[in-house]
Design a protein around this ligand. Structure first.
Ligand code: DON
Length: 568
């Protein structure tokens, strides 16, 4: 097992660069979903990125070095969510036991204002916050990786970390079947949101095995390789970004790019049944909401209630209803808004929130209409543990699938549509059906509220889990369910990640179940208690690393897509 390298994957990696591989029939990757090893582990959304992270660890890099290489690799081999044009959050715990978080979330440009997505009648226009240049926040990923490198790199070889992504972009990589299908599905969006052809819409139809070459992206990555942060936020790449803004309806300026700074923040921590949970503070809602959910269910014997029993799903749905109502009102960027952190996590407050919980009857979220998630949901999470025990949990995003669907011409990367995570107007739902108000209104330089929940869990002071997920509003509840599956239901990480998921977010007032994995009788029993129920699609895509009870490292890649784990 120790030197296991999936042969098909190796063949595909070796194939990079040979044009004869274009449209290779039956081209296949190996998507490894579970692995138990003793030293190090990488779990990402794409086998190429996982391999690149593993190579860095084998070359003596630490978890941060591997994370930087993976972040850039995903920008090339997983363009639906991997990015240099977006942002993210990292929770990090080093082998000595110090924990910290890095906030490299996008920021609203200086010219942004609270009414920028309203029409002349004061109605929110979601197209403006969801696609095209105006949807983009000032990107944070490159600065974030540069800061992580400066503080924690062991390899001290930035070029070595960026080079693999350049090779993927310059020489190309084979699309997986899922990637080809999604690009075909989004073709209309690419046509609508770009004035020139892009590599994402220059074919009639993409098929599995198609070699996607991104020459412009390769040049941008080379600038980052050679000049670090400045290669992106200044010079010709910055010029291209600003030119793209001016040609379209965007407002990001040279000064915005120059001014961008990611921030090291103190994590949110809480105790759950003797485990310490370490997660992301604002501008993510993830850490607070996860804390609230765990605190609400802690007094109950969840194991006894039963995994996916009517009683446990009802309890959790009612907890989620209350937590997401708090999210809508109280949470935003704490650099701009006074988030009542202590109140929200205070045990008495939480007890009070559940005082009207009826174990037999659903409560009713009041009647404001909220929208449906209509995006194909894409963000991406990866978890890495190195040989020393340094642990990374990192979630990164351009928001919707392919972000703003707009490629910066000549620089080859996709703009994010993260501005849609602000509340465009109080009570008007964003693309995830989430509503917000004052706390999360658009303000110049402010970061939009996020649900991304990269999390590390400790037991007796030792790291035992690193996990996170994409999925917009469902991220928090996906991470929550995997933690509960492991701690309360005694599942392995692989079982916990594969287990079907459900979700309630206050508004819309319904429990959404994954399409597969829940008995009709269970869904009917919740409906009989007064819950509106819906069975649709998949929820979240969790990557998890777990030190199991034998002290071995178990890596679990979600079975829901192309996610892959490798370790040694
Ligand atoms: O930060 C957030 O909460 C969202 N921008 C995340 C978007 C997302 O997870 C999309 N897809 N899965």
């Amino acid at each position: 097992m120790k030197d296991f390298i999936p042969h098909v994957l190796l063949a595909s990696l070796l194939c990079i660069g040979y044009s004869s591989c274009k449209n290779t029939p039956n081209h296949q990757y190996t998507f490894t979903k579970t692995m138990v090893e003793d030293s190090a582990m990488v779990v990402t959304a794409h086998p190429i990125a996982t391999q690149i992270g593993l190579d860095v660890l084998r070359d003596g890099g630490n978890a941060i070095d591997a994370a930087i290489a993976v972040q850039f690799a995903l920008a090339a081999c997983y363009p639906v969510a991997g990015n240099i044009g977006g942002g993210g959050f990292m929770v990090y715990r080093d082998a000595r036991g110090e924990s910290i978080t890095l906030d490299f979330r996008e920021k609203a440009p200086a010219a942004a204002d609270a009414d920028m997505y309203l029409d002349e009648n004061g109605n929110a226009v979601s197209e403006r916050s969801q696609a095209g240049e105006l949807a983009a926040g000032v990107p944070g990923s490159v600065d974030g990786m540069a800061q992580a490198y400066a503080r924690y790199s062991q390899l001290k070889n930035w070029k070595r970390l960026i080079q693999p992504s350049i090779e993927i972009a310059r020489n190309g990589f084979h699309l997986t079947e899922r990637q080809a299908n999604l690009m075909n599905e989004k073709r209309v969006d690419f046509d609508q949101n770009n004035r020139a052809e892009t590599v994402f819409n220059n074919q009639q139809e993409y098929s599995e095995g198609y070699m996607l070459v991104q020459s412009d992206l390769a040049k941008t990555l080379e600038a980052i390789r050679d000049q670090g942060r400045n290669g992106f936020y200044t010079g010709w790449v910055a010029d291209k970004i600003v030119a793209q803004m001016k040609d379209g309806n965007g407002i990001i300026s040279k000064q915005d790019l120059l001014d961008y700074q990611s921030v090291w923040r103190v994590p949110i921590t809480t105790d759950y049944r003797g485990y310490e949970i370490i997660s992301m503070p604002p501008p993510s809602s993830g850490g607070i909401a996860l804390t609230q959910l765990l605190e609400i269910i802690e007094p109950y014997d969840i194991r006894k209630l039963g995994h996916h029993s009517t009683a446990s799903i009802h309890l959790i749905a009612e907890a989620e209803r209350r937590v997401y109502a708090d999210r809508a009102t109280h949470l935003g960027d704490s650099d701009y808004y006074n988030v009542p952190l202590e109140m929200l996590m205070d045990p008495d407050y939480i007890k009070e929130r559940m005082s009207n919980f009826d174990p037999n009857q659903a409560s009713i979220s009041d009647s404001i209409k909220a929208g449906q998630a209509k995006e194909s949901l894409q963000t991406t999470h990866f978890s890495i543990v190195d040989i020393e025990g340094n642990t990374v949990s990192l979630t990164t995003t351009i928001n919707g699938a392919y972000g703003a669907k707009t490629v910066v011409q000549g620089a080859g990367f996709l703009l994010n549509n993260e501005m849609d995570d602000f509340s465009a107007k109080p009570g008007v739902p964003n693309m995830f059906g989430l509503i917000g108000a004052e706390a999360n209104k658009v303000e110049p330089g402010k970061r939009m509220l996020s649900s991304m929940t990269p999390t590390i869990v400790l037991k007796d002071g030792k790291t035992i889990m690193s996990l996170g997920s994409p999925g917009g509003s469902t991220i928090i509840t996906s991470v929550f369910q995997v933690i509960v599956n492991i701690i309360d239901h005694g599942m392995s990480a692989t079982e916990a990640v594969a287990s079907p998921r459900f979700h309630h977010q206050w508004k819309p007032d319904k429990i959404r179940f994954e399409e597969e994995g829940f008995d009709q009788s269970l869904v009917d029993s919740l409906s009989a208690m007064g819950h509106t129920v819906e069975q649709k699609g998949k929820i979240g895509k969790v990557e998890c690393i777990y030190y199991n009870t034998e002290g071995m490292i178990e890596g679990a890649a979600d079975i829901r897509a192309d996610d892959t784990v490798m370790g040694f």
